[in-house]
Design a protein around this ligand. Structure first.
Ligand code: HEC
Ligand code: HEC
Length: 377
């Protein structure tokens, strides 16, 4: 009996040795995995000014835009600014499940960064420009609860705002229509937001090390996590390229009920709002000189049943700093996110569902590895 116990103890011990040896074994990548890893860089991605916004890239606009971003006078009650929800010390998000303006809103605050790389804005892509996306919180009664008239009044009646407006735009705000004035303020806010960028990360070093053989101090958990990300996890298919997003919309099987039992229609509602909006890129407020079908992204959009419950694939750059996660903020940590993908219920994905997603059934070690990798981004 005694000898059996020690025998099995020895066996367990050997098992442990083998396991930890395996765990420390150097990870190797296939050619297609290496190609995917390469495609997640280089970083930063060079960008051009936004042709739909004539203030894009202007130093003066950027400076005033930053002040306006922090200015509570743009809200109806004079108590909220963009920075109330997009707080710089929290990577321009707010750390809340769902943000609160005059009252609680339906979705999680998106951390603002690298916005020139976006094709669509908001979780449902309701805007096709950054300046149009900047108008919505001004007007939304649950967010800043202002109107074009309120904003025009404030700019006309506060000397500093009036002087800045006159200096930058060259027009006395008194002779502007409130709509024009509000759009100009939104474009100046956009000029500032375009400058918010995430610096190269630990991942960018790792990428060079793996693809060019440069040496790097890193633990194998991170490298195993990277292999899961581009390999069996298939994360790269949607979290694609240097900004870790394909910029499009998918359903990953999260609940989409709101508090009142209504459904958040996601991309479906986003397309409807975008088409109705007077501020879309095809509209009269865009500074783009040519209004042809080719440079109007919404022209090619078709409203499809599959758009119900789809949300935009978020960038994963800086993701360890922007908890909680998902459009409704329901996943608190990166472990929770990885568990979601590990156990995803494919029955929940709607009819024309996602063929990419399958439960990954990850071991505890693999969950840790994938989280360690996400933390390098
Ligand atoms: C009450 C909180 C709140 C305030 C105030 C607020 N935002 Fe937001 N912001 C959000 C939420 C929530 C989202 C996600 C909205 C959605 O997709 O439905 C968001 C999304 C955005 C996005 C989209 C980012 C992306 O990657 O698509 C931009 C840009 C933005 N806000 C800019 C602004 C600006 C500019 C202001 C001030 C004029 C502002 N926000 C004020 C909560 C807020
Ligand atoms: C089918 C496309 C798709 C695949 C594959 C995919 N994702 Fe996602 N991911 C999304 C979408 C869409 C969202 C946002 C969903 C929502 O909010 O409703 C998301 C959200 C996330 C978030 C939250 C980010 C935030 O800021 O809230 C993380 C982290 C994430 N995914 C990591 C991963 C990892 C790791 C994998 C691989 C195991 C993966 N994703 C595979 C589409 C995908």
């Amino acid at each position: 009996m005694k000898s059996w116990t020690s025998f099995s103890l020895i066996l367990t011990f050997c098992g442990f040795l083998i396991q930890s040896a395996l765990a420390e074994e150097k990870v190797s990548f296939s050619d297609s995995e290496l190609a995917l890893i390469r495609s997640h860089g280089p970083w930063p991605v060079p960008t051009n000014p936004d042709p739909s916004n004539r203030f894009s890239g202007s130093e003066e606009a950027i400076r005033w835009g930053e002040q306006l971003f922090n200015d509570t006078r743009l809200s109806g009650e004079g108590n909220l600014s963009c920075a109330s929800c997009h707080q710089q010390e929290l990577s321009f998000s707010d750390g809340l499940t769902r943000s609160t303006g005059t009252t609680k809103v339906d979705r999680n605050t998106i951390a603002l960064a690298n916005l020139r790389l976006n094709r669509w804005f908001g979780w449902a892509g309701r805007s096709d420009t950054l300046w149009a996306q900047s108008i919505h919180p001004l007007l939304d009664s649950r967010e800043m609860n202002a109107t074009a008239h309120i904003i025009a009044d404030r700019v006309i009646n506060y000397e500093d705002l009036k002087a800045n407006y006159q200096a930058l735009i060259g027009i006395n705000p008194l002779s502007e229509s409130p709509e024009n004035l509000m759009v100009n303020i939104a474009k100046i806010l956009a000029a500032f937001q375009e400058t918010i960028q995430t610096p190269p990360s630990k991942f960018d070093q790792l990428r060079r090390a793996v693809t060019d053989g440069a040496s790097i101090e890193t633990n194998q958990a991170i490298v195993r996590g990277l292999k899961l990300f581009v390999g069996r996890g298939k994360c790269s298919l949607c979290h694609f390229g240097p900004n870790f997003t394909n910029g499009e919309f998918h359903d990953i099987g999260l609940p989409y009920f709101l508090d009142n039992g209504e459904v958040d229609t996601g991309r479906y509602g986003g397309i409807e709002l975008l088409r109705k909006s007077p501020y879309n890129r095809a509209g009269a407020y865009s500074d783009e000189p040519i209004q042809s079908a080719e440079n109007n992204p919404s022209y090619f959009m078709r409203l499809q049943h599959r758009n119900w419950g789809e949300f935009r694939v978020p960038s994963l750059r800086n993701v360890s700093k922007t908890a909680p996660y998902m459009h409704n903020g329901t996943l608190k940590t990166l472990e929770d996110v990885v568990h979601h993908y590990s156990t995803v219920d494919i029955e929940r994905l709607h009819a024309d569902g996602e063929t990419i997603l399958q439960p990954l059934n990850l071991t505890d070690q693999e969950v840790e590895d994938l989280v360690a990798f996400l933390e390098t981004l």
